[in-house]
Design a protein around this ligand. Sequence first.
Ligand code: BJW
Length: 242
Amino acid sequence: MLEEIIRNLKNSKKIVVLTGSGVSAESGIPTFRGKDGLWKRFRAEELATPHAFSRDPKLVWEWYNWRREIIASKEPNPAHKVLASWEERFPEFYLITQNIDGLHQKAGSKKVIELHGNIWEVKCTKEGIISENREVPLKEIPPKCSSCGALLRPNVVWFGESLDQATLNRAIDLSTNCDIMFVIGTSVIVQPAASLPYFALKEGASVVEINIEETLLTPHVNYFLKGKAGEILPELNKKLIS
Ligand code: BJW
């Protein structure tokens, strides 16, 4: 099956990859819905909704501060590295991620389309200005805007919030017009990201899913590679470059 995927990949012009938290699992960053996933230990509605933030910004920021501490100590794994090398190899390679951890960029990917924002950015709740913030741990919780004093929030997309429209449109356009799509380390549950592989399938693209377990998407894909992204992607890459 790997040979067939490689043949397909080599014949493809537009290559799209959609990643989820499973890609960073081997770096030591918890996923959301797995056995040790964040939503097994924490309630999403108390921490990852606009309502939760307006009710208790300190609690929400303490949780993000804890996650920032974990992420700051982690390094990209072989899956991130292979995807970064594919950006160099293929002229029309597009990486769409639901991850907010910045590990794709740390591995060298330069043009990452971040659907759910980035944990290393903060947004002023009054002026809407987005800025980078890499302070670990945060000195002040909750942090305040240095120019107007208003509360800052993590620049991530919470449940019930819309994704940035231009970013989403770009992801839909790429998914609708690609030749091959890799869907890696995501449960394909959270909308609207979960619809992207279906747009690709509908337009006749080949879809390759890499996951340690089957998802609702699996029965629809052309190829399902069961296993860890950090093992399967290097294996695919070895065949690609040999
Ligand atoms: C491996 C592996 C290895 C492990 N190798 N694989 C009712 C009310 C309100 C909203 C809704 C509603 N019903 C539906 C909605 C819409 C909602 C939604 O989809 N909910 C679903 C849960 C049903 N979506 C939204 O609210 C979105 N906005 C929206 O739709 O706006 C319009 C709207 C507004 C109002 C009402 C309705 C619509 C926004 C979604 C934002 C998601 N935000 C989060 C948090 C980001 C910030 C943060 O991190 O703190 O994004 S939630 C979380 O899930 C995070 C992820 O990006 C996202 C996806 O998770 P992912 O990456 O797939 O992780 P897992 O854990 O689910 O899966 C990991 C996978 O990896 C597994 O399959 C493993 O097997 C695999 N794996 N190790 C390969 N080594």
